[in-house]
Design a protein around this ligand. Structure first.
Ligand SMILES: [Ca+2]
Length: 81
């Protein structure tokens, strides 16, 4: 598979792995993903809440794939500045 297509497939795979079948990341699932994939320690604190609320653009109290892709794209930009 071409590299970029592989990367896109990986984004979906990682999302599905942490969403555990319902196509949504709860706050706990997002924390687990940030910890394992990015080495972040969001924990159960105000910073984690703030991040979750910023990502949850439609205020559904979960992170859907669209919101997740937006987050990954933003992070990619930040990491390459
Ligand atoms: Ca949402």
């Amino acid at each position: 598979m071409p590299k970029l297509a592989q990367g896109m497939a990986t984004i979906k795979q990682v999302f599905d792995e942490y969403a555990k079948g319902d196509n949504q990341l709860s706050k706990a699932e997002l924390s687990e993903l940030l910890r394992k994939e990015f080495g972040m320690e969001p924990g159960q604190n105000a910073a984690a809440d703030k991040m979750f609320n910023a990502l949850d653009q439609d205020k559904s109290n979960s992170i859907d794939f669209k919101e997740f892709v937006t987050f990954v794209a933003s992070l990619t930009l930040i990491l390459n500045e």
